[in-house]
Ligand binder design. Structure first.
Ligand code: ATP
Length: 463
């Protein structure tokens, strides 16, 4: 916190700047609760002492590898240190036992090769340069030495690099706990990675910040035996962003799988009665349909291959894509006023056709589906009361159905993947890596309650 009494002419300070967030300079005059600062950028500004912070002039130009070495742990000091390190390609910095990663937005393979992994093996945290391998090594050693399961929490804004960091942690843990006796078999890490395209197709979407943003929290659990060797793994997922299924804001996209299926080979598209993604309400609310770096047709084939690898049969794959297509048709069912007061019915022939197609794809009765959308059943102790819904309420009920069906599909996929990876129910210890997406602020919040619950859960996680 800034202490006004600490500032005098000649003090080095940080003051807020509308362009650069913070700017440093030297105090040339102190007047009451204000200071005049000659900034390093040469401009002179007057700032409130309450919003200024002292500057640590002892910090080396390339920064320090652990923020606890800074004389002042305030926002401008932390940001400046991260920037200095980033400028010399040091993307990792410690704050005690916490590792801060700054996304380099470029491949840095030399940072993660086998030689680097060997270097970090068994070395205490802080002895070598900050690195996810050091964090993973520390977790592994604590698990072995203290016989206690460990968890690593990876958190940050969307696009910050959580998924990449999680992969590094997993790679190192797999290296430490690798099974030497069964080299013919695919490693657990390999199996987890192979399942990624399936999870990404159904749980990732393009957002403003990240073209391949994970819209769910993921807890990857690596299970170990008594001797510290990997004996299994499991993926637990949390808080899939359901609202995205029926509400997409510009310039974002819905989940990748919807666009992939529309870009599938023609016979598949015909089979699921799909077509141009722009004709579906759940996709055309945003103008963003195609992505420069992603070819949806190729991604569709890659997802199918990954589904084969994780052991999903052709029937299962067909059922999955029928559900995906069914959701798109469901979204095109509009409602108009029905004959009775406050009732509703499909708006026109087009809506009736989409409803019928949805029922065919979901393999249910179209009349029953229509009833479930246009009416609500209240169950009391003695009887069931059926209430007709007006068109707005019916549309809400349609969206609620789309969201619940999609999230059930996602949960089913995760279960299937876990069977393929192979869990060890009798494992001795586990190391869990929690990759959970961070706060985001939208112009209009898609789902306020969802966001509130999500934030509450995150608060609990951090306690
Ligand atoms: N250590 C790294 N090395 C190279 N590139 C990276 C690294 N970390 C992140 N990136 C780049 O940034 C992109 C976004 O990173 P990532 O998907 O890991 O973010 P995220 O925090 O998981 O985002 P979200 O919460 O939206 O899923 C990656 O696709 C990759 O291109």
């Amino acid at each position: 916190m800034a202490a006004s009494s600490a500032f005098m002419a000649g003090s080095h300070v940080w003051v807020e700047d509308p362009d650069d967030a913070w700017i440093d300079g030297e105090v040339i005059e102190v007047k009451g609760d204000e200071i005049k600062v000659k900034c390093t950028s040469n401009k002179t500004i007057v700032a409130k002492t309450s919003s200024a912070h002292p500057k640590d002039t002892e910090v080396p130009p390339t920064g320090v590898d652990d923020m606890t070495k800074l004389a002042y742990l305030h926002e401008p000091g932390v940001l400046q240190n991260l920037k200095c390190r980033y400028d010399v390609n040091e993307i990792y910095t410690y704050t005690g036992s916490i590792l801060i990663a700054v996304n380099p937005f470029q491949r840095l393979p030399h940072l993660y090769d086998m030689q680097v992994m060997k270097k970090y093996k068994g070395v205490a945290l802080g002895e070598l340069s900050p690195h996810p391998f050091a964090v993973a090594d520390s977790a592994y050693r604590q698990m072995i030495n203290e016989s206690i399961s460990q968890a690593i929490l990876v958190s940050g804004e969307s696009g910050a690099g959580k998924t990449e960091s999680t992969k590094m942690l997993m790679r190192y843990l797999a290296y430490m706990g690798g099974r030497v006796d069964n080299s013919e078999e695919r490693s657990v890490e390999q199996k987890v990675l192979e399942s990624n395209p399936v999870l990404e197709a159904f749980g990732n979407a393009k957002t403003v910040r990240n073209n391949n943003s994970s819209r769910f929290g993921k807890f990857v659990e690596l299970q170990f035996d008594q001797r510290g060797r990997i004996s299994g793994a499991a993926i637990r997922t949390y808080l899939l962003e359901r609202s995205r299924v029926c509400q997409v804001s510009d310039p974002e996209r819905n989940y990748h799988c919807f666009y992939m299926l529309c870009a599938a080979p023609k016979e598949e598209v015909d089979k699921y009665k799909l077509g141009n993604p722009k004709t579906f309400h759940y996709l055309n609310q945003s103008n963003c349909i195609e992505l420069d770096a992603i070819n949806d047709s190729e991604e569709y084939l890659a997802t199918r291959r990954a589904m084969d690898v994780v052991g999903m049969s052709q029937e299962e794959q067909d059922a999955i894509f029928r559900v995906v297509a069914g959701i798109l048709h469901l979204g095109n069912v509009d409602f108009a006023k029905g004959k009775e007061t406050d009732s509703s019915q499909p708006k026109d022939d087009k809506s009736r056709l989409h409803l019928k197609t949805t029922a065919e794809l979901f393999m249910c009765d179209d009349k029953a589906l229509e009833e479930s959308l246009c009416k609500r059943v209240f169950v009391t102790r003695d009887e069931s009361i059926i209430k007709a819904l007006d068109p707005d309420a019916a549309a809400l009920s349609r969206d609620a159905l789309a969201k619940i069906v999609y999230s059930k599909l996602f949960d089913w996929l995760v279960e299937k993947i876990n069977v393929a990876i192979g869990q060890d129910m009798d494992s001795k210890f586990l190391i869990g890596v929690l990759d959970i997406y961070g706060f985001e602020s939208f112009k209009t919040n898609r789902c306020l309650t969802g966001m509130l619950c999500f934030r509450h859960l995150r608060e609990l996680l951090f306690l």
